[in-house]
Design a binder for this molecule. Structure first.
Ligand code: UD1
Ligand code: UDP
Length: 385
């Protein structure tokens, strides 16, 4: 049995950072573990990456692969090529990946073929929609991973139905909620100023009061990559902003497409739609926690709103996170139903829910305890587990 496990943790894109932060925190200072943080560089803008490291107190990555943006195949290939060299040089005992982005699948493929133990946090989520690039990443990752940490029981069921052994699956709750629990007080105490289009400043709680606005994010290719889909959404945003102020921290993919389709002028004409750059994690937490509702297509934000019990309208035809619907405050809706749903929320009849099991801020602790047990088990090093 080894006494010190070298474990590479992989982070690449914005939603990975909130999941990695509590894990790094928990692993640091544990004498059994030597954690090595690899940033693939899939996201690289200050406001999509560095800001999160600062706000969440994540240590500087030990290695940055600096892959940047490219087509799926090129980005995945670049990550694989550069990550293989890292694995060969570092000789880790295990590689831990989170979520469902290209960095997740690319690094698991590399590590598996080098016969390094692989661990997936957020395993087993399925939208059953292969037109989502993330669904392919989830399936590929879970097909070859050794150990599965899940956020909800439906994910366990999906893995069992796909033939995984129960002994490899651990339902540990939600690391994103660990980050939320660790930071909500700091976020609430923060003075948040949002700089909207035309450089106008909005001080939260002063210029716009708590509960008097909604928050939006959109970045799914199925919503924002085609002109016709984006135009339909624009109609919706315009309609809502006539009823209530809407904050819209815009994802770079979406901004790029708005510009490419020549929709900037129209979006700027909506008087109560406050368009701004992506905001930091703390600012976003405060913005959401004091909002009347959230309109989104994000995965992580469906979970955060469930924990905060803020009505969330998700404009997608499916979700890999059904627990946020069964138990939480999330609803899947179509664009044509948004107006009715917003009217309900404005009348105080928005969906409320409860917190799913183990979404309690202690998931990183559970994961590290399980890893400590696993590394004491000889079978962990053989091909039996
Ligand atoms: C990626 C993930 C998606 C996740 C999202 C979180 C994949 C397949 N997709 O989507 O699952 O929900 O991150 O935000 O892994 N760009 C910048 N600056 C950056 C990063 C991206 O300008 O720092 C622009 C580039 O023009 C790039 C585009 O955004 O081409 C898309 O970036 P990419 O990482 O390919 O996909 P996301 O849409 O961000
Ligand atoms: N987020 C943020 N600033 C923003 C928008 C989102 O900090 O301007 C955070 C949000 O709180 C959540 C995460 O980003 O923790 C979700 O990431 P994203 O929506 O990009 O990806 P997804 O979860 O859809 O993969």
């Amino acid at each position: 049995m080894k006494s010190n496990i070298k474990i590479i943790l992989v982070a690449g894109a914005r939603p990975n950072f909130m999941k990695i932060a509590p894990l790094m925190d928990e692993l640091y200072g544990k004498k059994n573990f030597n954690p090595v943080l690899v940033h693939t560089g899939q996201h690289y803008d200050e406001k999509m990456s560095d800001l999160f490291f600062k706000q969440l107190g994540i240590p500087e990555p030990d290695i940055n692969l600096e892959v940047g943006s490219a087509s799926h195949a090129v980005q995945t290939a670049r990550i694989m090529e550069r990550f293989e060299k890292v694995c060969v040089d570092e000789k880790p005992d295990a590689v831990l990946v989170v979520g469902d982005v290209n960095s997740t699948a690319a690094c698991v493929l590399v590590a598996s073929k080098l016969q390094i133990k692989t661990i997936h946090y957020e395993a087993g989520l399925r939208s059953n929609d292969r037109s989502m690039p993330e669904e392919i990443n989830r399936m590929v990752t879970d097909a070859i991973c050794d150990i599965f940490f899940t956020t909800s029981v439906d994910a366990d069921e999906n893995l069992i139905n796909e033939g995984k052994k129960q002994e490899k699956i651990f339902m540990v709750g939600n690391l994103m909620i660990d980050s939320l629990v660790n930071n909500i007080k700091i976020a609430r105490d923060l003075n948040v100023e949002i700089i909207g289009q035309n450089g106008k400043n909005y001080v939260l709680g002063q210029d716009i009061r708590a509960g008097q606005y909604g928050v939006m994010t959109f970045h799914r290719p199925s919503n924002v990559d085609k002109n016709e889909d984006l135009e339909k959404l624009l109609d919706v945003w315009g309609m809502i902003s006539k009823k209530i102020t809407l904050f819209f921290p815009i994802h770079p993919r979406t901004l790029k497409n708005i510009k490419a389709f020549g929709l900037e002028k129209r979006i700027e004409s909506f008087p109560n739609l406050i368009l701004c750059e992506p905001v930091g994690y703390l600012e976003f937490l405060k913005l959401v926690s004091e909002s009347k509702f959230v309109l989104t297509d994000s995965g992580g934000i469906q979970e955060e709103t469930t924990y905060l019990n803020i009505p969330c309208l998700t404009i997608r035809s499916n979700t890999e996170r059904p627990v946020t619907i069964w138990e939480g405050s999330n609803k899947l809706i179509k664009t044509q139903d948004v107006e009715d749903e917003i009217d309900l929320i404005l009348k105080g009849k928005g969906k409320k829910g409860k917190t799913p099991k183990f979404w309690d801020g202690k998931s990183a602790n559970r994961i590290v305890k399980i890893l400590e047990k696993l590394i004491k088990n000889e079978r962990f090093y053989s091909n039996n587990i």
